[in-house]
Design a protein around this ligand. Structure first.
Ligand code: G3I
Length: 335
């Protein structure tokens, strides 16, 4: 590569994206001493320059959106495929970003070939222990935070009926944290869930679950509040109350999957409300010392999971489909 083309690609990488024009979330977060993260895919990092530039410039933390889940990691019997996750981690390293690992134990995105239902308790336990140990050890020193158990509580507050609960029993939760801790004693271990942001049956059940884990000296360090919400779906005071009771247990709090979906077509009033709710959530996070990270679930409206799952909804993030910063972004960087 000639020096000219090297300079040109460097220039393009850092200055030609729409995101590069103004103040960034990254500089904002550094000022406020909090991490600002984003869920990414290796595919988009590879294929899309605007996406890549935004991730590099706007965020201090990244998390693979899917690549560290058991299904994508173990596509065929006994053979791990770490390529996607490695690619995301290499990007993080290059851009001096911390990494949240998502997620070790979940009931979705399990390997299609894994016949958990037919396993004895001992076999299922072995599969899970082996998986957690392999993955956490591989990334020890690179992944500082793990969502160890994801979405183990149902909306009514009962333990969710999952293949893990059915095959192992309730001890799968405690055990997962212990095995992850043994694999990397430095990593901070999180319980992560949705729908328990405010005060309700589910957040009460999550509170009791994590309180009891701590009482039993289980190595649990933090709690992830996903926050896939509609603007003002949950009153901000309720979220504040919940965050404070969790913080009082000594837990670190991360907002792990923030997006605020709008019914389409969105009006300018909807967009204004969305910007305000984003601002309220960010204000809340920086006001609470236990809250150490805010992670957006996707880079731009062009790559968000929302339209594929919530028919008629979208525009949930702070960069639009053309990767331009939206009103919410402009507000946030000025907080
Ligand atoms: O990669 C395969 C591709 O090979 C295949 O051809 C295609 C056909 O459907 O599917 C592709 O996999 C999809 C994968 O995303 C990668 O794009 C899966 O079908 C799809 O189900 C999967 O969706 C992910 C979803 O979790 C799975 O439940 C979303 O991207 C991801 O954003 C979402 O993230 C979850 C968090 O992990 C936990 N909290 C809720 C959040 C939103 O559901």
């Amino acid at each position: 590569m000639s020096i000219f083309s090297l300079l040109r690609s460097w220039w393009k990488e850092f200055f030609s994206s729409p995101a590069a024009a103004g103040p960034t979330l990254r500089t904002w977060a550094q000022k406020k001493n909090i991490d600002i993260g984003v869920a990414v895919t290796a595919h988009h990092l590879r294929a899309n320059e605007s996406y890549r530039t935004i991730v590099a410039q706007e965020f201090t933390m990244i998390t693979p959106e899917n690549a560290l889940k058991m299904g994508p990691l173990l596509p065929t019997v006994g053979t791990y495929d770490f390529r996607e996750a490695d690619e995301v981690l290499a990007f993080a390293k290059k851009h001096n970003q911390s990494v949240r690992g998502h997620t070790l134990v979940w009931h979705q995105q399990l390997p299609a070939w894994l016949p958990l239902e037919t396993f004895s308790v001992i076999e299922a336990q072995h599969v899970l222990d082996d998986h957690i140990t392999k993955v956490v050890k591989r990334y020890a020193g690179q992944i500082g935070y793990w969502d160890v158990v994801n979405e183990a509580v149902a909306d009514d507050g009962a333990l969710r009926d999952t293949p893990w609960l059915r095959s192992i029993g309730v001890s799968y939760i405690t055990n997962a944290f212990q095995v992850a801790h043994a694999a990397d004693p430095q990593a901070k271990l999180f319980y992560n869930d949705y729908g328990g942001e405010g005060m309700n049956k589910k957040s009460d059940a999550i509170y009791v679950l994590v309180r009891d884990l701590l009482r039993d000296k289980v190595p649990l360090h933090g709690i992830g509040l996903q926050m896939h919400l509609r603007p003002y779906e949950v009153p901000i005071e309720e979220i504040a109350h919940n965050i404070r009771r969790l913080a009082a247990l000594g837990l670190e709090i991360h907002i792990t999957e923030l997006d605020l979906r709008l019914a389409l077509p969105a009006t300018s009033r909807d967009q204004e409300q969305q910007a305000q709710y984003f601002e309220d959530i960010f204000q809340l996070a920086i006001a609470e010392p236990a809250c150490r990270a805010i992670v957006l679930w996707g880079v731009s409206d062009a790559t968000s999971w929302i339209p594929g799952y919530f028919s008629g909804y979208g525009e949930a993030l702070v960069f639009d489909e053309q990767y331009r910063p939206k009103a919410a972004h402009r507000r946030l960087v000025e907080l």
